[in-house]
Every structure is written in C-alpha cells, then in structure tokens.
Ligand binder design. Structure first.
Ligand SMILES: *Cc1c(COP(=O)(O)O)cnc(C)c1O
Length: 221
C-alpha cells in the first residue's frame, strides 16, 4: 500500500501552474524505519521529521540517503543533534531559533539552508511569523551568517473550505514571488499536506509535505 501510494502520488505530481517542479517530502513522524524505507524504495527522495528524538532514534536505519528536512517546532537546545545532518530546516518560526542556528552553524563550519515559517492563517495553535512581519523577518534573517534562506513554509488551517484555503495559499505565493524577485537563493514555497496539497499546488506551491496519504492514518501509541 505504501509503495502504491508513493507511485500514484509521484505520477500525479507534475509541475505547478508556474512551470516549477513540485518536490514531494514524506512527513515521517510516528512511522517505523521499515515503512519509511519502503517509501524510499518506492521513489521518495526527501523525508521530513518533526521530532528530534525520533530523528535520532531512526537515523542509522534509514536507507538510500534521502534529502533530510526538519519540519517540526525546534527547541534551540536540540539544534546540535540536527546540525550537518539536515539539508533544509523548514520550520524557522522565530528570531531566537534563526540566531541560534546561525551561531551553531558558524561554529560547526556549515551553512544551514532554511525556510521561514509563516503563520498565514493567523492561528493561535500554530507558530511562525505573521504574514505582515514576513518581509522584515526575512531581511533580518537573511543577513545572519551561516544561514541561507531558500524560501517560505506555511501550514494552512485545517479545513476543507476552499474559500478559506485558496486566498491564503495565493497570498503565500504573492509573498514568495516578491522575495524571489530580488534573491536568487529563494526556490521553495513549501505548502500543502494530505488534505490540501492539490489546491496548494494549483496556487503555486512547489514543495508538499505528505504523511497520511503516503502511510495512512497515524498511530500515536
Ligand atoms: C504531519 C505534518 C505534515 C503531514 O501531514 P498529513 O496531513 O499527514 O499529510 C506536513 N507538515 C507538517 C509540518 C507536519 O507536521
């Protein structure tokens, strides 16, 4: 079933309406190394973790050297476990994290590639910079040494009401285009989960993070 899901999704993902290739990141929280490896053998090239402890526990059991994303809320005292092992930190949601990631990256002599997380739906339950402060946050973070800002990440509200989702997704694309115009490093608009990824791609996302529609419903026990 995992194999079939991966093949079907990969076959259905083409380019977005802007002609950009859409990258599929498998969101692997709660999944066993065996199931993650099945997804990788079926064609998954990128995986994203939410929890540092899970990332560490499974690290040596993951096969095929996928590109590694971190997509969860990250405490600054855990950065050390990810440094040099994470290709893209998608969830840089506050200055404190950006500053500390920069500092530690510099010390370790690595450049860390990041996305800035935007709380586009203004939801209390979600972290991230507000849409209004996004450009100022970007300008500040982009000047930190040892970080390279590659784009934006957003999670839309959990609803299937397209009249709510579509304007938010389009707003994110507007912001992405505004940054990209003046910065050749900007390449990713990471937006879209199992419930809304098709709509997000239609609105200009070029990276989606899918868990449920690859692995089935999560079991948190
Ligand atoms: C869990 C998670 C996803 C995937 O969610 P699904 O609805 O299972 O596809 C995507 N992004 C983030 C940040 C997540 O935590």
């Amino acid at each position: 079933m995992i194999e079939e899901n991966v093949k079907n999704i990969l076959a259905s993902l083409d380019t977005n309406p802007y002609g950009e290739k859409v990258t599929l990141v498998a969101a692997v929280k709660t999944q066993s190394p065996q199931d993650i490896n099945r997804a990788i053998h079926a064609g998954i090239t990128d995986i994203g973790d939410n929890h540092v402890q899970e990332f560490r526990d499974k690290y040596d059991q993951i096969e095929g050297h996928p590109t590694r994303h971190f997509i969860g809320h990250l405490q600054t005292n855990k950065i050390k476990y990810l440094l040099g092992k994470t290709d893209l930190y998608q969830s840089v949601d506050r200055f404190e994290l950006a500053t500390e990631l920069s500092k530690r990256s510099q010390k370790a002599n690595v450049t860390s590639e990041i996305l800035i997380e935007i709380n586009v739906g203004c939801e209390l339950s979600k972290s991230g910079f507000s849409y209004e402060e996004a450009v100022a946050a970007y300008s500040k973070i982009k000047d930190l040494p040892a970080l390279k800002v590659r784009g934006l990440m957003a999670m839309l509200p959990l609803t299937d009401d397209e009249d709510i989702l579509r304007p938010l997704a389009r707003k994110m694309r507007v912001l992405y285009d505004a940054l990209k115009k003046n910065d050749g490093n900007i390449r990713y608009l990471s937006m879209g989960m199992s419930g809304d990824y098709k709509l997000c791609i239609e609105c200009g996302s070029n990276m989606v993070r899918l868990g449920t529609c690859i692995f089935g419903a999560r079991n948190y026990n």
